[in-house]
Design a protein around this ligand. Structure first.
Ligand code: PRP
Ligand code: ZN
Length: 286
């Protein structure tokens, strides 16, 4: 059997959908039949394990999986010996302290002597120490947000993304401990073949990411303005210029980065560009 790269992703939760999407955008076909523990791609040497996110760092450290997608928060909490390969730009959230919304809060000192429920006891205890606060940490494995209402704790320390979990449980965020996003981690001693497959995967991921941040732009310009317009447009090498049937006019094609986009459009218009079209790019290989 051909060697495969084993990737661990979250079975169900905030990162599941985007982790699968990431593979799909890299052209990897996976049938994500529900309730499956593992599956293989039909067109890429990869095997996907669906696991609890909290368990992923351990599995990757042990080499059961070669790589994994987890939140930085889980990575920090578990403190395993792993290689951080890449930040993935999705699953953005923060680890925060929250208390019942009707309670007054002035500073972190208000938590002295209080009970705080969390699944992130390592990060929380470090944080409390750094703030010189002495509180009782109740480590629980899930549904942390209900702890105050059932009288198990006075406060919680949990992930906040949209804030709807806090809101529906009558809690308010009072301190942000850290910000997190999804990252790709790898076992520190990957086999040669696994490393080769990982490099291929990373190459594809980069092409997808680059394309997401870039737009393809087409516009018409009078020939006497071409020089000024080309100066505004960076392009991969330089803009493409094609003559229009209409004499004295040309069509200019180029790529622009998303973050400079509006700035460039304004300048182009000021130089006399017309009929500006902007289209998404699917993949971009430099
Ligand atoms: C986190 C957290 C909350 C929710 C917050 O769970 O425990 O339940 O996300 O998101 P919101 O602010 O958008 O409501 P996660 O998906 O990480 O699952 P897990 O705790 O089971 O790992
Ligand atoms: Zn979790």
């Amino acid at each position: 059997m051909q060697n495969k790269l084993k990737i661990a992703i979250q079975k169900s939760g905030r990162l599941s959908e985007n982790s699968l999407k990431l593979l799909k955008e890299c052209g990897i076909d996976i049938d994500n039949g529900l309730n499956k523990l593992k599956t293989e791609a039909s067109n890429f040497p990869i095997e996907v394990f669906f696991l609890r996110d909290d368990d992923i760092p351990q599995y990757v450290e042990d080499g059961v999986a070669d790589i994994g997608v987890v939140g930085e928060n889980v990575l920090l909490e578990k403190n395993k010996n792993l290689k951080l390969v890449d930040k993935l730009g999705f699953g953005k959230c923060r680890l925060s302290l929250a208390i019942p919304k009707e309670q007054n809060y002035k500073s972190i000192k208000d938590l002295n002597g209080k009970r705080i429920a969390t699944t992130y006891s390592t990060i929380l205890s470090k944080y409390l120490k750094s703030q010189k606060v002495k509180a009782e940490i109740h480590e629980i494995s899930g549904s942390v947000e209900i702890a105050p209402s059932i009288g198990l704790a006075d406060a919680i320390c949990d992930l906040v993304s949209s804030g709807s979990t806090l809101f529906t449980n009558g809690l308010k965020e009072v301190e942000v401990i850290l910000k997190s996003e999804a990252v790709l981690v790898a076992n520190k001693k990957l086999g040669k073949e696994q490393q080769t497959i990982l490099d291929k995967l990373l190459f594809r991921m980069n092409a997808v990411r680059k394309a997401k941040n870039t737009k393809y732009i087409l516009l018409n310009a009078p020939n006497n303005k071409l020089e000024a317009i080309c100066k505004i447009l960076p392009g991969m090498k330089s803009p493409t210029i094609l003559p229009l049937a209409n004499k004295g006019w040309s069509s200019v094609h180029s790529v622009v980065e998303e973050n400079q986009f509006w700035d460039i459009i304004e300048k182009l218009k000021a130089e006399g560009a017309q009929g500006i079209l902007v289209v998404p790019i699917e993949k971009m290989i430099l």
